[in-house]
Design a binder for this molecule. Structure first.
Ligand SMILES: [Zn+2]
Length: 174
């Protein structure tokens, strides 16, 4: 008798647990469907095709990838502006683990200035390369919004050059 009740309780528990998980997966799916999608690694050197750029609502631009400033590439800023998307900054040089170590204001402001020269507006949103972040850089959060790990969970994030953890076609589906 007691065993029967226990088995039933366990079965009900499993059912509730399953429903909760399903609910979480569905809400994640819909938040990714509804919230603005993003394109990372927007840079003249990262092979951004129109096909990828057209998937995003927000472009995360790298100001100086491989030491080439975006303002020095003829017509690039105008081309990106013509897409009429929201623009944010993605690293400064986007070197490996760039913001995984402490960066000072001088370092950061170089990116801000390049961004401003290119687009005529200062960035108000920032995402570090590879999402690597040390809390020593939290001072940036007082200047602008900083997108970290959870941003990539709740939004679809495409990558120029298809260089993300998941290829763009997977992001398109989920
Ligand atoms: Zn990146």
């Amino acid at each position: 008798m007691g065993g029967k009740i226990l088995r039933r309780t366990m079965r009900d528990c499993c059912k509730i647990f399953g429903l909760v998980i399903l609910g979480l997966i569905l809400s994640l799916f819909f938040s990714r469907l509804i919230l603005p999608s993003q394109v990372d690694d927007v840079s003249p050197l990262m092979n951004c095709t129109y096909e990828v750029l057209d998937l995003g609502d927000v472009y995360f631009v790298v100001p100086k990838f491989e030491n080439v400033s975006i303002v020095d590439v003829d017509g690039w800023c105008e081309e990106i502006l013509a897409k009429n998307k929201n623009l944010a900054m993605h690293g400064i040089y986007h070197s490996y683990e760039e913001f995984g170590i402490y960066r000072d204001e001088i370092y950061f402001d170089e990116g801000v200035e390049i961004f401003q020269d290119c687009f005529g507006i200062a960035p108000v949103r920032f995402k570090p390369g590879q999402l690597k972040w040390t809390d020593e850089n939290n001072w940036v959060k007082e200047k602008m919004e900083v997108d970290l790990f959870w941003n990539h969970i709740f939004h679809k994030v495409y990558h120029c050059g298809n260089s993300g953890l998941f290829p763009n076609w997977v992001i398109r589906i989920f």
